[in-house]
Design a protein around this ligand. Structure first.
Ligand SMILES: [Zn+2]
Length: 284
């Protein structure tokens, strides 16, 4: 009985002493629940990145809505959060969803985080047919200066070392450099500039060739894609319009031919040969 009485007294004490505190907690619960927010960012229904946040934690999920397997890399930087790393080079089958990170704020400290994402088509290793001659990806009646060649110091190094940029006005017609199937595109990005934060803001077209390598046409203008996923395009066919979206210092077209790798980096670029009026030019 004594024990019971003590318990009862303690219970009453708890109810009386903590009632105001409980009321405060309950009044806080509504705004806290309202604060838990989910933000979806689907890139034209293909790649969806979802952040789920409350006042002490944040989670990022990625879903592959392409019809092909892809790899996604996310670079996350955070202050006063743990763990501080995000998953890199995440393989995703069509329709698959994975968690990229789930961070929690350190107790009693202000916190923040930012992230950028990159995606690459394909999962299995491919080889490039070295005999192929590519057309220039714009009208043969036009001439544009190469603003960054292979092994360029701005961004054409490492896995991107075989890429080539042509400076051209926004809205220039982009033509397929080689025939193939359109396997992905994005055209809803608007922003661009020479800062890492723009890496997630890039319009592009991916065309898969018959050796399973992929021609990538980057930095296109908003709503600047004239083909659909599943279209077979001939070389020289209009596929879109150039722009300045994504990680880009000035209006230009970036072109490279890539293939994924089973180990190590998410992808590689191949040296390619272009047919020009006078001769062949190789990106090597
Ligand atoms: Zn480039």
């Amino acid at each position: 009985m004594v024990l019971r009485s003590t318990f009862s007294q303690k219970t009453i004490f708890f109810k009386v002493a903590f009632l105001p505190f409980l009321l405060i907690l309950l009044s806080l619960a509504v705004p806290l629940l309202a604060y838990a927010a989910q933000r979806d960012s689907c890139f034209i229904q293909h790649l969806c990145l979802t952040t789920i946040e409350d006042n002490r934690s944040a989670q990022l999920l990625v879903r592959n809505n392409f019809d092909i397997p892809i790899r996604v890399s996310v670079n996350m930087t955070g202050r006063n959060v743990a763990p501080s790393k995000a998953l890199n080079n995440i393989p995703l089958l069509p329709g698959e969803t994975k968690e990229v990170f789930h961070i929690k704020a350190k107790r009693g400290k202000s916190w923040r985080y930012t992230w950028t994402s990159e995606l690459h088509p394909g999962l299995s290793e491919v080889q490039h047919n070295e005999d192929i001659r590519y057309d220039l990806p714009f009208s043969s009646k036009k001439t544009f200066p190469i603003s960054q060649g292979p092994n360029g110091s701005f961004s054409h190094y490492g896995v991107n070392k075989n890429a080539i940029d042509w400076a051209m006005p926004i809205g220039t017609k982009i033509l397929a450099a080689r025939e193939g199937m359109v396997i992905g595109y994005r055209e809803n990005a608007r922003a661009g500039g020479p800062l890492a934060k723009f890496k997630s803001e890039q319009n592009y077209i991916w065309i898969q060739h018959n050796d399973r390598t992929i021609g990538q046409y980057l930095h296109l203008k908003e709503n600047g894609v004239t083909v659909e996923v599943g279209d077979y395009v001939e070389r020289g066919q209009l596929i879109g319009y150039s722009g300045n979206t994504g990680y880009s210092a000035a209006p230009h077209l970036h072109f490279h031919v890539s293939g994924s790798q089973e180990q190590g980096q998410a992808f590689r670029t191949f040296p390619i040969l272009f047919k020009t009026k006078k001769s062949s030019a190789k990106t090597k």
